[in-house]
Design a protein around this ligand. Structure first.
Ligand code: AMP
Ligand code: TRP
Length: 362
């Protein structure tokens, strides 16, 4: 069965009539894992059928937490390989790395002057990443959500597929777009650049978060998000893990002693069980309720075996293709270079509009 997520999408509210465009990004900061795949990449692939899509390897975001990263070029190629291996078509859609399109940094500066300190102070990802030693966090880590808003709005994107953890950043993006539209409302109207009922310049992008695995949890601890930065490799399934490694990690995955419930309600208070059932449902293109209909009442051992078979079937070919692609860096680089040219063709006129709206001479 192929995975066809039901993506019900709200219309962007501010400017209906504008081209529907999808934008999303992934940081090249370590091995991509099942959370990235189910929370984001699977949706990237599905949206290609209905939307114009722009997918970005956000290398400028990657230096916010650690600025010296000798592995960065390799990591950029790895994420690109994962996009292509999962089924993103770089001929029909755009795949590129952020730093090649200088307008991202330029628009982020304008947004730094629009976003308020109070807004940034509420960002939970900053608090998590900065930890206790906040004084020592980089200014870039603090301004990270403003750069993310620039990524999205530089293409006047209307839809942004992401995992649950990015919801707050999307809300901030909408706040920045709203404030820009309001504060420069007069200039936007004078220049004839407004769109839609409210005559704003930027649309208010909608996150696309739905599905059974919007927040995939660690295999070792159902209270922790599956993450690239977890020191234990057993906490996650990497996209380039081979079949034996996937099987071993799932066999060791934490569970509880009860059999699986037959209904979703029975997953309450059982985070590890809920996580594995969600992963199965997302990989199978099904729902938690349907999975429990099949496996409810049974032991974890049988369910884990079925989950292993499914995971190996779905992820095995992706890992294999990633290895082939990363063996040909010249090809990957050509994809990124071509993507950046096409991204610039969309971004440059929008950045020029922004300069005119703000009042910069150009
Ligand atoms: P990052 O690796 O932080 O650049 O995340 C890339 C994308 O994967 C974003 O859309 C995240 O929301 C998503 N993502 C990361 N970790 C998870 C997870 N554990 N569950 C679901 N989605 C995730
Ligand atoms: N902040 C996102 C993450 O950590 C990555 C990202 C950067 C992004 N720019 C974006 C996601 C624009 C969506 C749209 O996962």
């Amino acid at each position: 069965m192929s995975y066809e997520p039901q993506l019900e999408m709200a219309e962007p509210k501010l400017v209906p009539g504008i081209t529907q465009r999808v934008f999303s990004g992934i940081q090249p900061t370590g091995n991509l894992h099942l959370g990235n795949y189910l929370g984001a990449i699977v949706k990237f692939v599905a949206l290609q059928a209905t939307h114009e899509c722009v997918y970005c390897v956000v290398d400028e975001h990657a230096i916010t937490a650690q600025h010296v990263q000798p592995e960065l070029p390799q990591q950029i190629r790895e994420v690109t390989a994962a996009f292509l291996a999962a089924g993103i078509d770089p001929a029909k859609h755009i795949v590129f790395n952020q730093s090649r399109v200088h307008q991202h940094a330029e628009l982020a500066w304008v947004f730094n002057c629009i976003a308020r300190l109070g807004w940034l102070n509420r960002m939970t990802q900053f608090k998590d990443k900065a930890g206790k030693d906040r004084e020592n966090a980089s200014l870039g880590l603090y301004a990270y959500p403003s750069l993310m808003a620039a990524d999205i709005l530089l293409y006047r994107a209307t839809h942004v597929p992401v995992g649950e953890d990015q919801k707050q950043h999307l809300e901030l993006t909408r706040d920045i777009a709203t404030k820009f539209n309001n504060d420069f409302g007069g200039r936007i109207a004078d220049l004839g650049l407004g769109v839609g009922e409210t005559n704003g310049y930027f649309p208010l992008p909608e996150p696309i978060i739905q599905g059974p695995a919007t927040r995939v949890m660690s295999l070792r601890d159902g209270a922790k998000k599956m993450s690239k930065s977890d020191p234990s490799d057993y906490s996650r399934i990497n996209l380039n893990d081979d079949g034996d490694t996937i099987a071993q990690k799932l066999r060791k995955a934490k569970t509880d002693p009860e059999p699986l419930p037959s209904e979703e309600k029975g997953l309450e208070g059982r985070p590890e069980a809920e996580n594995l059932v969600g992963i199965y449902a997302a990989l199978a293109g099904s729902s938690k309720a349907a999975v429990l209909g099949d496996f409810g009442g049974g032991q974890f051992s049988a369910f884990k075996q079925a989950l292993t078979d499914l995971a190996v079937e779905k992820l095995g070919p992706i890992g294999k293709r990633m290895k082939e692609l990363t063996a040909d860096p010249a090809y990957i680089d050509s994809v990124l270079r071509d993507g950046a040219e096409r991204a610039t063709a969309i971004a440059a006129p929008i950045m020029n509009d922004v300069k005119d709206i703000v009042g910069f001479l150009r």
